[in-house]
Ligand binder design. Structure first.
Ligand SMILES: NC(=O)c1ccc[n+]([C@@H]2O[C@H](COP(=O)([O-])OP(=O)(O)OC[C@H]3O[C@@H](n4cnc5c(N)ncnc54)[C@H](O)[C@@H]3O)[C@@H](O)[C@H]2O)c1
Length: 438
């Protein structure tokens, strides 16, 4: 390790290193809080000034993240949130946590990463560590970030240090926290690797070093592709089980008792969230450069994206047995977020379900205690607000569709008062009369 790296290492160990977090969303905000917990000074950067204002005003914009520790840190001048990127010069470690969506052709959209890098470059100085945490295809850090950084005249591995360290998160899961989830990290050079490991070791119980930034990028894609493919598998098996009049949830529960060689994945109305429906396609795109088709990923995508249509067909079948057509029926959609007990709407299949139901002429209402109104989305425009439900309200609908099985719903009341329930989440035992699996 040269002198520049040595100095940075000492600053990290003594907790004098200023941590700059770029992108204060689901990934960046908990990470900022974790560094503060370990007494590091933190500056949060975001292009959205409302986020900075909210944090400085003591308001969280993510339901499950408690930002109360910020008040003390702000008072002691250990935390600031800003849109002023010139303050990058103050940071010793710069951690990029910006979105990596797909564009309309379902190809990687690295514009957020590139824009954030462009805003950092003018203020980069010797003695800084840069870590990319956004999920992306193998090669992004070494092919896109490294050359841009070196164009400034600073040499990576000598003057500045560059690593990739993917974020792992299971929002609202009380069993895991930022500190306890092991963190993978790969650097461009050995010195980068060492400093990246040192930085994350201060706040994460176990850091898992890998040999390169590309290896670290691939780890994240492997993890999320594994989920996407296995969810597709159970979604396919669900369709078979439904046709055979078998309860897929009973089957999964029993299979999960096998103490080795089986991990339970659950079917649902479709994939959602920022990661699983998107990340595998980052690899698909990159693999094409190597002349390889990622057939598993494509197939999983096909099966998973067909699920909303399958669920709608079940709503139609269920209504039909009650002498009703979907057109003109009143359908109550329960749950809007992509998974239970969170307020995250990104890529939520509930939105697709609502759009399809509306297209077919159903009258729709939704209830979600975590999502009071449907936020503005890039791909969808739905002007709805959540309704409060009780026995009276539920009984007024021809069909209740369970899209997200939040714990805050009163499931006994819903079962007792609904005329018909379509349940892709396995909340109830299906009977094919009042309660339908989908
Ligand atoms: N949410 C998760 O559970 C999760 C888990 C693992 C990995 N990831 C990955 O982490 C990355 C970030 O995801 P997220 O869920 O935190 O996204 P997010 O949308 O919640 O937050 C991103 C933040 O970045 C800000 N931003 C956008 N462009 C910027 C720029 N140029 N400069 C500064 N700020 C900018 C946005 O305003 C937003 O506040 C993505 O690559 C995602 O795939 C997310």
């Amino acid at each position: 390790m040269n002198e520049c790296g040595g100095k940075l290492g000492s600053k990290i160990e003594s907790r004098e290193a200023v941590i700059g977090i770029i992108g204060l969303g689901y990934v960046g905000l908990p990470l900022a809080l974790r560094f503060l917990e370990e007494r590091f000074p933190v500056i949060g950067f975001d292009i959205d000034s409302r986020k900075a204002d909210c944090l400085l005003g003591g308001k969280s914009y993510i339901e499950h993240i408690d930002i109360s520790p910020l008040a003390d840190a702000i008072a002691k001048r250990r935390f600031d949130a800003t849109t002023d990127f010139s303050r990058i010069a103050e940071a010793d470690a710069i951690i990029l946590c910006v979105p990596t969506p797909l564009n309309k052709n379902r190809e990687p959209d690295l514009s957020y990463v590139m824009n954030s890098v462009e805003s950092v470059l003018p203020y980069l100085r010797a003695g800084q560590l840069i870590s990319l945490e956004s999920t992306t295809y193998p090669g992004t850090t070494s092919e896109e970030l490294l050359p841009r950084i070196e164009e400034t005249g600073l040499k990576v591995g000598q003057d500045v240090f560059l690593v990739y360290s993917p974020e792992r998160e299971d929002p609202a899961n009380p069993n895991f926290t930022t500190r306890t989830i092991p963190k993978v990290c790969g650097g461009v050079t050995d010195a980068c690797n060492e400093l990246g490991k040192l930085l994350y070791e201060q706040v994460i119980d176990q850091v898992v070093p890998v040999s390169s930034t590309s290896a670290a990028e691939m780890v994240k894609i492997l993890e999320n592709t594994y989920r996407a493919v296995n969810i597709a598998l159970v979604n396919e098996l669900k369709v078979v089980a439904n046709r055979m009049d078998l309860d897929i949830f009973e089957i999964i529960r029993a299979a999960a008792t096998k103490p080795f060689g089986y991990t339970a994945f659950y079917p649902g109305p479709g994939l959602g969230g920022h990661c699983i429906p998107i990340d595998p396609f980052y690899l698909t795109w990159k693999a094409r450069e190597y002349g390889i088709n990622t057939r598993f990923i494509e197939l999983a995508g096909e099966v998973n994206t067909s699920m909303p249509d399958y669920v709608i067909s079940k709503v139609m079948d269920a209504l039909n047995t009650h002498g009703k057509s979907l057109q003109g029926s009143r359908v109550l959609v329960l749950g809007l977020s992509y998974k239970k007990n969170v307020d995250d709407m990104r890529e939520s299949p509930s939105v697709v379900l609502i759009e399809k139901l509306l297209e077919k002429g159903a009258e729709i209402a939704y209830s979600d205690p975590h999502v009071p109104t449907i936020p503005t989305m890039r791909k969808h425009q739905l002007d709805f607000s959540s309704i409060e439900i009780d026995r009276d309200v539920v009984s007024q609908y021809d069909c209740v569709l369970i899209s997200t099985d939040h714990d805050r719903f009163d499931w006994d009341m819903i079962r007792e008062s609904a005329a018909l329930i379509v349940d892709p989440r396995g909340v109830y035992q299906a009977d094919g009369v009042k309660i339908w699996r989908a």
